[in-house]
Design a protein around this ligand. Sequence first.
Ligand SMILES: NC(=O)c1ccc[n+]([C@@H]2O[C@H](COP(=O)([O-])OP(=O)(O)OC[C@H]3O[C@@H](n4cnc5c(N)ncnc54)[C@H](O)[C@@H]3O)[C@@H](O)[C@H]2O)c1
Length: 272
Amino acid sequence: MKLEGKVAIVTGTSPNIGGGIAEGLALEGAAVVCVDARTENARDCAQSIAASGGRAIAITCDVTDEAQVSAAVARARESFGTVNVLVNNAAFFNRKGVLDMPFDEWHKQLAVILGGAFLFTKYAANSMIEQRCKGSIINIISTAGHQGEPGNIAYCTGKSGLLNFTRSAAMELIGHRIRVNSLTPTATDPSESLGRAARWGRKTPDPARLKEAFEPFRSRVAMQRLPSPSDYARAAVFLASDDAEMITGIDLRVDAGAIAQYWAWDPSRRQA
Ligand SMILES: NC(=O)c1ccc[n+]([C@@H]2O[C@H](COP(=O)([O-])OP(=O)(O)OC[C@H]3O[C@@H](n4cnc5c(N)ncnc54)[C@H](O)[C@@H]3O)[C@@H](O)[C@H]2O)c1
């Protein structure tokens, strides 16, 4: 197991991407601290890991509240002795454009995406430095952080800010043996998340309608299929593990070729 003996904090552990990453880290032996502002998302993720034989605790915490973040890192240490890995995944979607987005909503979305990553990095990194342990911090971006998407101004801005936050923090923490990288997901196949939500006892939307909603994304992406949370989890395991010990300041894209693809090329018409 690649993460045996390591302790990982994951923020935003819904049944979708954060839950998938948390379960994936646990499968490789990490003890996982599931952090979410919604108690049920922290609780169900931790319970699911424990039910599969892993070690996990749930912490209800708003990533924008400094006192709560500081307390969450302290509780992680009390429970498991240390913190080696941090995945800054919490975010929320609020599709508004520069012409109509209220300023307070802009602030709130950036506060979660950038402020939450800043606060958790600050407290987790200080803990790693105090304990003189190696660390790996992983920031979850989005292909929307690499490209200009209309009507999604705060999200796109926050995610691209997180890309350079990653490089800056990587350089600042390099002397403390703390690596900081990012991971870029894209539109995500909903099947796995639906299965996880059902396993967690949640009511789930109609799978056929959801599949239909994702079809335009699938048909336009270079690989002609969309990644699942477990694809992101395997990449996160790699970045968290000692296999990546010489890797810091990079962005690992798990995006089915989305960012690499030439804009005018229609992959649905490619020759097999
Ligand atoms: N879903 C996608 O297709 C997609 C694509 C690219 C990138 N991403 C990124 O992946 C990550 C996870 O996305 P998802 O689709 O699983 O989202 P999601 O909405 O299912 O999960 C986000 C979680 O973050 C939590 N959260 C929100 N604000 C918080 C706060 N202030 N404090 C603590 N927790 C908070 C929510 O309660 C939720 O559980 C995000 O960073 C997102 O930007 C998602």
